[in-house]
Design a protein around this ligand. Structure first.
Ligand SMILES: Cc1cc2nc3c(=O)[nH]c(=O)nc-3n(C[C@H](O)[C@H](O)[C@H](O)COP(=O)(O)O)c2cc1C
Length: 187
C-alpha cells in the first residue's frame, strides 16, 4: 500500500502570499461542487457560498472598516488600516455560510458540521488544483453588521472567509502529530 496521499500535503498559505491567478469561474465551480459533496444528514445542503473578487474586495474592506469602528470607536488608525487591508491580500475570497433550518431530526450542530466539512473540501479541492488557501474568521465573521451587509438571513452564520490564490511562497511541510497520540483502541 502507498503510505502517502495527496491530501497530506495540504497546508494553509498566509493570505498575503496568495496571488493571481485565483481559481477562475470554471475552477471555482469544480471546487464548490467538491464542497457540496460533503456529508450531510438529511440532504439539506445547509450552506451557501459568496464569491468575492476584484473590486468587490474593496467593498468588503469598507464593511470590515465600519464594523471595527462600531465595535471599537477609539480604534488605533494603524490597526484599522491593517484590518481594512485584509480582504485586499488575496485575489479571491469565498465566504462559506451555514444556512440552518429548524428540523426535529437534524440538530443545528450537525448542519454546522456539514458546512464546516464543505469548507474543508474547498481547501482540499483547491490544493488538488494547485491553488493555495487559508480559512480565516476573526471577530468580523461573527459581527451582525458584517453578516447583514453580506446579505445573511437570521438563520445563517459565517463559517469562514476562505482566501484563495496561487501561493507565492514555498511552505515547508506542516508537522502532523503521530496518529498514536490521538488514537486509542476501545476494546
Ligand atoms: C474555523 C477556523 C477558523 C480559523 N480562523 C483563523 C483566523 O481567524 N486567523 C488565523 O490566523 N487562523 C485561523 N484559522 C487557522 C488557519 O486556517 C490554519 O489552519 C492555521 O494557520 C494552520 O495552518 P495549516 O492549515 O497549514 O495547518 C482558522 C481555522 C479554522 C478551522
Amino acid at each position: 500500500m502507498n503510505d502517502s496521499l495527496k491530501h497530506l500535503d495540504r497546508h494553509s498559505t498566509p493570505a498575503k502570499a496568495l496571488t493571481e491567478p485565483a481559481p477562475d469561474d470554471r475552477q471555482l465551480r469544480l471546487i464548490l461542487k467538491t464542497a457540496m459533496s460533503a456529508p450531510d444528514h438529511g440532504r439539506l445542503h445547509p450552506y451557501r457560498f459568496i464569491s468575492i473578487r476584484g473590486q468587490a474586495r474593496h467593498k468588503l474592506s469598507e464593511v470590515f472598516g465600519r464594523a471595527i469602528m462600531q465595535r471599537e470607536p477609539d480604534v488605533d488608525p494603524a490597526y484599522l488600516k491593517k484590518q481594512k487591508d485584509k480582504p485586499l491580500r488575496s485575489p479571491l475570497i469565498v465566504v462559506v455560510v451555514a444556512h440552518l433550518i429548524e428540523s426535529p431530526k437534524i440538530p443545528e450542530i450537525e448542519q454546522m458540521l456539514s458546512a464546516g466539512a464543505a469548507a474543508q473540501n474547498i481547501l482540499l479541492a483547491s490544493n488538488a488544483l494547485g491553488f493555495g488557501s487559508i480559512w480565516l474568521t476573526g471577530d468580523n465573521a461573527y459581527d451582525p453588521y458584517v453578516c447583514g451587509e453580506l446579505g445573511l438571513a437570521e438563520n445563517e452564520r459565517i463559517i469562514g472567509f476562505i482566501y484563495l490564490g496561487t501561493p507565492a511562497l514555498e511552505i515547508p511541510p506542516r508537522p502532523i502529530p503521530e496518529v498514536s497520540t490521538h488514537l486509542s483502541h476501545w476494546e
